[in-house]
Design a protein. Structure first.
Lengths: 377, 365, 139
């Protein structure tokens, strides 16, 4: 179904990535020199996870004339913001620098991408917010990037990939979480892989669709990592957002972690509450792609019962990835109250920085939402 | 409130099929009589050659008593090594009419030396027959084969095909390639030809890859869970590589990998297959239909939702004819037949899950 | 309510347990620092023989990477799934409000006040000064 009222906060939007040439002004002279003379600037830094012409990567009506995914500022307004009455949208620029093994080059390019994002997107469109792309495989460099950008409160989240060098709950990464918690930044884990490991325990699937399906298992593994390593005990204010993860696999994980914990608790004695409780408190998931069967609205409502919380879902379009047609972004069968929770309340609660200067706006948002049912066509 | 114990009534005197029992060697030398001299010596001198850092133990130490029920230790040998105790404590006590043996170790599935793997495979299959199935008619064996050597695996399957003591074919779901890879297809062809299901029991031994797509877990609590995500990946591979399209009579049993994730995975596969169909033109049907027609799932370790009835929802989405009861005796996360389900099953559901689905799949009367 | 002699007090020294059968029910008797507790030998999780599990301390933590033991000899770990039960209260540590083992009251009685029961004949033969453990059953 379509969005029934205005004011949504879109928690996953993919602007068109800057070309390497467009990033040159944001690099220091050493890296400019490297990129140009080594012809690195002729590469597009597209992640294997998102081949540009693959159907998943963009809807047909969300592509440029060339066939490449759209996503410049005008397209974002026209395709992603206006049709859904979106009030705020969080940009996740999935630049392939994170897959480079050279940590310094990765860090330099991530910084350039983040600066480009601030100038070319955030400065130009007040509805946009962004995630800080991090070179996660060097936590010290990632930490430096967080500290550098934290003062710009339009950055609301740090961005990591679902399959990287190590499971993200590992203590090696804790400086990142300490900084994020300190600055009120959410931890965003986005679907995608650096492919520094095989995507599955028995190696490398043949097809792209298999790798994409396997993303949900990757998110499950990451949740187990955050949970068992005690990240939620060490950083009690942290919020983890699983972006483009799918949703309906969650009840199995909540049930199973509770069950296993009761038997293995002494191995991880810092877990002092049932895992499902911890996960409901700390973890959020974006809506798209919504993995429910078509034509059975009760099914999704039942899955939400199994999840046992209405706080965990965050509205998203995942523009321009192709997960729905037209403006049919929402599942059928949900009440306006539930939708308001997914579209407005949960995102505001999850991303403290979205509330900056919006305390009054939040009330306005809710008033507008209940008053103007006819706003969105 | 404690979930009330359900007292044994007439309907609970149902004789059950247990789809996952683990026999064990009293000592590794138990296999020696079944190995040729050359391989006896190899086993003593060089031992198994596995893809892990520790010899003879796993790098995520188990909880409890090395992962076993504390009350399942016989006087001599590890849990599962004493048939008398297994009979008394489990087969007799729990009304097991048929029990499916899952011998996961030293059968060659994880052995890097393929000649040794072949010898181990033959030995383990002979051992199952002589030590377990012949003395105990309630038990059934699985043809354990090293999936990395498809040619040998096919020969071993054919060697055992006429013996009804073997009801299925065991390979590791943690193989060196995803199981849909066509180098494993001769095994599926042999399975289809001799009308035995492929049995995929979760494995502790690596086939060469980390147990997650982002590297290795730290804790056993994670590694335990990784068995379920691995099974999801395995089902995905079998579907999208077209194994079920190519082998329309093939049946696959997923053991100890959980099952409540199945409906969600099917919805997810269907959704993305719809979008990406051009990539896999050999698939004529939605993924969920292949799973529906070709896959069975054992129940242990059963999920324990906060609201027990939620489990009933999931099974109804998956299909009451697709789940088969298992205990995993003698492991620590054993499911007791009378306690595993915390909600009331109908008589029909009980008969299907605890007996009829397995009897139909394995051709037992 | 009935009271049943089940063992000599001296048979269950601190830090140990003994399983006895009372009216067809298996009951485990535990001694924590000289106080006696009795739990049904049936784990409320899945019916396992709870009282034959190990008596264990509680593993606790002040944060990830920190480990310490507390409440030594006060917890019972079910021999099946490893759930931890507080011997004093029967409560499951992980799920205290909704899962607990059935408890029975245990008292020590001197020999002269014993009720007749299968154990009595033997102890009478030994000494009337011995202390005995008595289980109270309701119903």
């Amino acid at each position: 179904m379509k969005v029934p009222f205005a004011g949504a906060i879109d928690c996953d939007l993919h602007p068109l990535m800057p070309s390497a040439t467009a990033l040159l002004p944001y690099l220091d002279e050493y890296w400019r020199d490297q990129l140009v003379n080594r012809h690195i600037d002729r590469y597009s830094f597209v992640l294997t996870s998102y081949p540009p012409y693959s159907p998943l990567s963009a809807r047909p009506d969300w592509r440029q004339a060339s066939g490449l995914p759209a996503g410049d500022i005008d397209a974002i307004r026209r395709h992603a913001l206006d049709p859904f009455g979106t009030r705020l949208a969080i940009c996740n620029v999935l630049h392939g620098a994170v897959a480079l093994f050279n940590e310094d080059m990765a860090a330099a390019l991530c910084a350039a991408v983040n600066d480009w994002t601030a100038k070319e997107l955030l400065d130009r469109e007040p509805r946009l917010r962004a995630s800080i792309l991090l070179p996660a495989h060097n936590p010290a460099l990632a930490l430096r990037e967080i500290e550098r950008l934290a003062p710009d409160r339009r950055f609301v989240q740090v961005l990591l990939l679902a399959m990287g060098e190590m499971l993200l709950g590992r203590r090696t990464y804790w400086p990142i979480y300490a900084a994020a918690e300190k600055h009120g930044l959410a931890i965003g884990i986005h679907a995608g892989s650096t492919y520094h490991h095989a995507p599955t325990p028995s190696g490398w699937p043949a097809h792209r669709v298999e790798d994409y399906v396997a993303q949900s298992a990757a998110f499950e593994s990451q949740l187990l990592s955050f949970l068992t390593e005690g990240v939620f005990q060490k950083f009690p204010a942290l919020k983890l957002v699983l972006i483009e993860s799918g949703v309906t696999w969650l009840p199995t994980l909540l049930w199973r972690t509770n069950k296993t914990w009761r038997g293995v608790r002494p191995e991880v004695p810092w877990i002092d509450r049932p895992p499902a409780e911890l996960l409901r408190e700390h973890v959020r998931l974006t809506l798209q792609p919504l993995d429910v069967p078509r034509g059975d609205p009760q099914r999704f409502a039942r899955v939400l019962d199994h999840v046992g919380s209405d706080r965990m879902l965050l509205f998203s379009t995942d523009y321009p990835h192709w997960h729905f047609d037209g403006e049919d972004v929402l599942p059928d069968g949900l009440t306006d109250d539930t939708l308001r929770r997914f579209m407005i309340d949960n995102p505001l609660e999850t991303y403290p920085r979205l509330r900056d200067g919006t305390v009054a706006d939040h009330a306005v948002l809710r008033d507008n939402a209940s008053a103007s049912q006819e706003h969105v066509r | 409130m404690n979930v009330p114990f359900r007292h044994a009534g007439a309907s609970q005197q149902l004789m059950i099929v247990d789809c996952d029992i683990h026999p064990a060697y009293r000592t590794p030398a138990d296999l020696h009589p079944f190995l040729p001299a050359r391989w006896r010596e190899h086993m003593t001198t060089f031992g198994e050659h596995l893809r892990q850092g520790l010899s003879g133990q796993l790098a995520w130490p188990r909880m409890m008593a090395a992962g076993m029920r504390l009350d399942a230790f016989p006087e001599a040998g590890p849990p599962g090594s004493d048939l008398e105790l297994m009979r008394r404590q489990h087969l007799d006590a729990n009304g097991v009419e048929y029990g499916m043996l899952m011998q996961l170790s030293r059968g060659g599935m994880e052995e890097r030396n393929l000649d040794f793997a072949a010898a181990l495979s033959r030995a383990v299959n002979d051992w199952q027959l002589e030590k377990w199935v012949r003395p105990e008619p309630r038990l059934r064996a699985g043809i354990v084969v090293p999936q990395e050597d498809a040619a040998f695996a096919v020969s071993e399957i054919e060697r055992r095909a006429n013996d009804p003591a073997f009801v299925q074919i065991l390979i590791s779901p943690r193989a060196s390639d995803p199981l849909g890879h066509r180098r494993y297809w001769p095994i599926y062809e042999a399975a289809q030809r001799c009308r035995r299901p492929i049995a995929l029991h979760v494995q502790g031994y690596s086939g060469g890859h980390a147990s997650t797509g982002s590297g290795w877990p730290t804790y056993y609590m994670q590694e335990h869970y990784a068995t379920t995500t691995g099974m999801q990946n395995t089902v995905t591979s079998l579907v999208f590589e077209g194994v079920f399209e190519r082998f329309p009579d093939l049946k696959v049993v997923l053991i100890e990998g959980g099952f409540t994730w199945v409906p969600s995975l099917c919805w997810r596969m269907d959704k993305h297959w719809q979008r990406m169909r051009k990539e896999t033109p050999d698939l004529k049907r939605p993924p969920s239909e292949y799973v529906r027609d070709h896959c069975w799932f054992t129940t242990q370790p059963i999920e324990e939702p906060e609201v027990p009835a939620h489990l009933a929802d999931v099974i109804s989405w998956l299909g009451w004819d697709r789940v088969m009861f298992s205990t995993d005796y003698p492991h620590w996360d054993f499911d007791h037949p009378q306690q595993a389900f915390k909600f009331e099953l109908s008589e029909e559901q009980r008969c299907k899950v605890f007996r009829d689905n397995a009897k139909a799949l394995y051709g037992l009367t | 309510m009935s009271r049943q002699v089940v063992a000599r007090a001296s048979e269950v020294v601190p830090g140990t347990s003994k399983i006895v059968t009372v009216k067809g029910r298996d009951i485990g008797i535990f001694n924590i620092d000289g106080s006696y507790f009795a739990l049904a030998n049936r784990c409320p999780h899945a019916g396992g023989p709870l009282c034959s599990g190990r008596i264990v301390p509680l593993a606790m933590s002040d944060g990830p990477g920190h480990y310490r033991l507390a409440r030594h000899q006060e917890f019972l770990r079910c021999p099946w799934h490893g759930w931890e039960f507080d011997i004093r209260t029967g409560q499951s540590w992980c799920d205290p409000h909704s899962t607990w083992a059935r408890q029975f009251a245990v008292t020590i009685e001197s020999g002269a006040e014993l009720v007749k029961g299968p154990y009595v004949a033997e102890t009478f033969a030994v000494s009337v000064e011995e202390d005995y453990l008595v289980i109270e059953l309701t119903g």
